[in-house]
Design a protein around this ligand. Structure first.
Ligand SMILES: Nc1ncnc2c1ncn2[C@@H]1O[C@H](COP(=O)(O)OP(=O)(O)OP(=O)(O)O)[C@@H](O)[C@H]1O
Length: 366
């Protein structure tokens, strides 16, 4: 049987042009290498799973003129995880290693991951080497928490800020992988996985692998994705907004009850409803429609519901949902807290029509 390799490893980019969503970094690094202006100490900052280690490896391969067949060990790359090796002795070991020039290739590249975890003593022991490294040594310090890096280190490094990756870019990447692996998929499913990954491509790939393994016919459907990730079907939000628009408070409360009975949390529901309302709001205007973060297949459905909702309804609804979200944690009876919000939401249109009819009456009297 062929050994299963997780997608995050199998599809680790081999060149800068395969790196998704970090062109500001890959272009600068490429230019720095081409123009011989690469600093010896680089700091890669940014969230987890967005390509920091990947870029460090590509860089090591390029500056050593190695081809793609070189694996991690042969790249003259030395990786230290500072989260678990943060003592001054760990850094001294590393400094000892740095003294020896590379046996082959031109550069030795040291990647120190989660560098903010180094102890103060370890940081201090490292400073001198960082300031005057031997000409063949390049240090790449990576961190998810830039604010914890002391200024003396910051000032000695060229800093690169990695982005969280956009939902659409992640979804496109997943599509390419699915096609190459002959895995079938629904757009909505890949979109949801990309959203859930919260900007981290590695997380998206792990979720994707999990859902493929779960499905018997290598088909990533919307239904298998929501049940695996325990996400509320977005149909519920459409249904709920329909009830609110038609001022059907009982149906709104019963739908909420159905959602709770399926084991979903009231807070997640109110956050999801807010996102849904926000998508309706931005889809009302041609200039903001691009801000709608929904799969292409669902856009027509949003446009249809947006057409039925007035701008003032959406504004008031967003306000109520947002207030409910903010005060949810402190509420003693959280179910009632959401129910109360739903009651208010189901009365927005009534309140609007009442105020306009009373305005009409005032006009008549005048
Ligand atoms: N920008 C990206 N483009 C393409 N693939 C990516 C990107 N970011 C992450 N990946 C995928 O995720 C895997 C892990 O990424 P990588 O180890 O580079 O992340 P990282 O930012 O160093 O994370 P950490 O901070 O957790 O170490 C890669 O092997 C690759 O498959």
């Amino acid at each position: 049987m062929e050994k299963f390799v997780v997608s995050a490893r199998k599809y680790r980019p081999k060149g800068f042009d395969e790196v998704v969503g970090q062109s500001h970094i890959t272009t600068t690094l490429k230019n720095a290498i081409d123009n011989n202006q690469l600093a010896q100490a680089l700091l890669f900052c940014g969230p987890r799973g967005v390509g920091k280690t990947t870029c460090a490896r590509i860089l090591a391969r390029m500056i050593n003129d190695f081809d793609e067949s070189h694996d991690g060990n042969a790249l003259n790359i030395f990786e230290l995880d500072a989260a678990s090796n943060n003592s001054v002795d760990d850094i001294r070991n590393l400094i000892d290693q740095v003294r020896y020039p590379p046996q082959y290739g031109k550069y030795k590249v040291y990647i120190i991951d989660e560098v903010h975890m180094l102890s103060t003593q370890a940081f201090n022991a490292f400073l001198k080497t960082l300031e005057e490294p031997p000409p063949y040594a390049i240090f790449i310090l990576a961190t998810t928490e830039k604010h914890k890096i002391i200024p003396t280190i910051l000032s000695r490094c060229q800093i690169f800020d990695f982005n969280r990756i956009q939902v659409n870019d992640i979804a496109d990447h997943l599509k390419q992988i699915a096609d190459r692996e002959s895995i079938k998929y629904e757009d909505e499913a890949l979109h949801l996985i990309s959203q859930k990954a919260d900007g981290a491509l590695r997380d998206a790939l792990s979720i994707f692998d999990l859902i493929v393994t779960f499905s018997s016919d290598r088909n990533v459907t919307y239904q298998s994705t929501i049940s695996n990730l325990h996400i509320l079907d977005y149909e519920y939000y459409f249904k709920m907004v329909d009830h609110l628009l038609s001022e059907d408070m009982s149906a709104a409360l019963l739908t909420f009850d159905e959602i709770l009975k399926q084991g979903f949390d009231g807070h997640n529901f109110i956050v999801g409803l807010s996102e849904h309302l926000r998508n309706l709001m931005v889809s009302k205007d041609n200039t903001t429609i691009q801000l709608m973060e929904v799969p292409d297949a669902a856009k027509a459905k949003y446009a249809e519901q947006a057409n039925k909702s007035s701008l003032s309804f959406l504004l008031s609804a967003l306000n109520i949902a947002n207030k409910c979200d903010l005060s949810y944690k402190g509420a003693k009876n959280q179910r009632l807290h959401v129910e109360l919000a739903l009651m208010k939401l189901a009365h927005i249109n009534a309140a609007v029509s009442m105020s306009s009819s009373s305005a009409d009456e005032v006009k008549k009297k005048v």
